[in-house]
Ligand binder design. Structure first.
Ligand code: CP
Ligand code: NVA
Length: 314
């Protein structure tokens, strides 16, 4: 029996209960299996999509997702709207709330998204910030849930690389699914301590493990899922040369995959750099599920929009 979720926004997986995460997965599964059933679910609704950073998957999957639900999406580059010229977030949130039924935002500062959520009267969805990327990690766990027969309890996800927005959101997601999470980073690139503390509390509550290490081998041993992400994220272009040096050897290759379980899958949020964080022999091999993962952004985000926005125009 599905209960209505009392969330206005989708900012972090941390904010959602294990039960709510599972409800979103079940809706996403139903939407993927029978999209025709949902073609009027958000009829007449509009989603504003604010982008301070580039995007392929997030932009396209949200826009197509709104269309498939009977609604409409507006692409708003921060370069073109007044926000980019210094109009306050407060006014932007209040004004957009008079026109649209939901806001998805991809920003540099995480606070931009939390401020939007605070001031907007309509739902706000985090489409990636410097701190987190919850739509992507929800999708990654959904993809694993499909692959491993709808039960992830006791399984292990290993993330290798920068302790960045992806690492953070994966740390928040694992405990909700009853999974152990191991994050291996070079010493200077550990995840944010405040995220580690919250994720550790979630893991303690769920009775799962949260391993933060500087050893690739320790993280990946016995893993069911191996994931990585770019060495330099959007906004870190000036550090790219330094990071190239600091991350040397931090590559998911066949040796690394051989330490994981035999049936382990490889994931990457994309875009990827073959030969840097991942070898072509892994990302282009049968264990890689990157295109299912990319497709699932559409289904999972449709489910998220549905739970937040349904009924707003009725
Ligand atoms: N994974 C992801 O968010 O991709 P885009 O940057 O292309 O949206
Ligand atoms: N960590 C990457 C993820 C891109 C989807 C970035 O923030 O650029």
């Amino acid at each position: 029996m599905r209960r209505d979720m009392r969330h206005k926004d989708f900012i972090e997986i941390h904010d959602y209960s294990a039960d709510e995460v599972m409800q979103i997965f079940e809706i996403a599964r139903d939407m993927k299996a029978d999209p025709e059933k949902f073609t009027t679910a958000l009829q007449g609704q509009t989603l504003a999509m604010i982008f301070e950073k580039s995007s392929t998957r997030t932009r396209v999957s949200f826009e197509v997702g709104m269309f498939q639900l009977g609604g409409h999406a507006l692409f708003l580059s921060s370069r073109d709207i007044q926000l980019g010229r210094g109009e306050p977030i407060y006014d932007t949130a209040k004004v957009l709330s008079r026109y649209v039924d939901g806001i998805m935002a991809r920003t540099f500062a995480h606070k931009t998204v939390t401020d939007l959520a605070e001031y907007a009267s309509v739902p706000v969805i985090n489409g990636l910030t410097d701190l987190s990327h919850p739509c992507q990690s929800m999708t990654d766990y959904f993809t694993a849930w499909e692959k491993f027969g709808h039960d992830l309890k006791g399984r292990k996800l290993a993330y290798i690389g920068d302790g960045n927005n992806m690492a953070h959101s994966l740390m928040f997601g694992g405990p909700k699914l009853g999974m152990d999470v191991a994050i291996a980073t070079p010493p200077a690139y550990a995840p944010d301590p405040s995220v580690v503390a919250k994720a550790q509390a979630d893991a303690d509550h769920a009775g799962t493990k949260m391993i933060i290490t500087t050893s690739i081998d320790e993280a990946v041993r016995n893993a069911d899922i191996v994931e990585t992400d770019v060495w330099a994220s959007m906004g870190q272009e000036a550090e790219a040369a330094k990071r190239q040096k600091d991350f040397e050897g931090w590559i998911v290759n066949e040796r690394v995959m051989s330490l994981a379980k035999k049936e382990a899958i490889f994931m990457h949020c994309l875009p990827a750099h073959r030969g840097e964080e991942v070898a072509a022999e892994v990302i282009d091999s049968p264990c890689s599920v990157i295109y299912d993962e990319a497709e699932n952004r559409l289904h999972v985000q449709k489910a998220i929009m549905y739970v937040l926005m349904k009924g707003r125009r009725k």
